[in-house]
Design a protein around this ligand. Sequence first.
Ligand code: AOF
Ligand code: ZN
Length: 346
Amino acid sequence: MIHKKYMQRCLELAKNGLGTTYPNPMVGSVIVFENKIIGEGWHQKAGEPHAEVNAINSVKDKAALSKSTIYVSLEPCSHFGKTPPCSDLIIQHKIPNVVVGTVDPNEKVAGKGIEKLRQSGATVTVGMLEKKCLELNRRFFTFHNKKRPFIILKWAESADGFLSPVSKKEQKPVWITNPYSRQLVHKWRTEEQAILVGTNTVLVDNPQLNSREWQGNNPIRIVLDRAGKISNDYEVKNGKQQTIFISEKENFVAVENCNFETIIFDNQLAEKMSSLLFQKGIQSVIIEGGLQTLQTFIDADLWDEARIFKGSLLFKQGTKAPTLFGETVKRTTILNDELLMLKRYD
Ligand code: AOF
Ligand code: ZN
């Protein structure tokens, strides 16, 4: 008997890996014997055991495995990567029933795990809670299927829709959101593999682009610096985090933890950036400004989600925030800030 609730449990377990599994997906697994969960596991970190391995290891009575069903939110792998194939382990333990959330898009697997299991005589059911499984690993699926990172746009605007009370030229740092919203942004930074900003944001705000207000990984910093204007005095060059500078210039001085990439900044910038990040194995990026950078990706229609804070202040004039064609999936408040989460319209 197949129960959706067990796959839902796999999804909940998988979510424990949010932000720590890159470049691997989040995966959860449960093992059910006589209608009871006898083992559970999730993938915690690339290089460490996969979900199925942790679930099998957690089972005390290994003899029960040959009469059990294993649920896993992603197809068990078939390849030798940093770890051996999970499908082999399932076969080795003679688990007769396998319920899979969705096929693994990684071309090293892509159906071969399911095939191997079926050939061994196991009954494999594919597609349970599939939409939820795809949504959970939207970053991983976008990366493998679209050959680009999952792109999140983030900005804060005044109640009347301005990013700043002054024009682009005379900018200085202004805080639109409250400290709780700012802390949430730091949490988000732990969830994405990279964070991207344009030159102006660095020159005006001198941001650190880390996750200091939340426990978790710091994202890789990606900084657009077309003309090489960002000197070594800026925080983005503090060497405390892996940072990639994208420029048209090649004469950069070596700085600890910094890499430099050269591209020509033309009207294909967003497309070029997304393929460069793909080549670097970056599965997700949160773009935190400024206007020009956000607009570049919006104009190229290269974004997947947007997270927009609306503060309570009225600026009446200044730099207008971008307009997006998206579907609001969540609208909430954080004290007196409003938070809008959008999905790209498609
Ligand atoms: C699974 N269960 O929990 C995960 C899977 O380098 P490796 O050995 O860690 O393999 C990484 C690939 O394995 C990853 O790209 C994805 O295709 C699959 N991830 N598979 O059976 C898991 N995390
Ligand atoms: Zn595996």
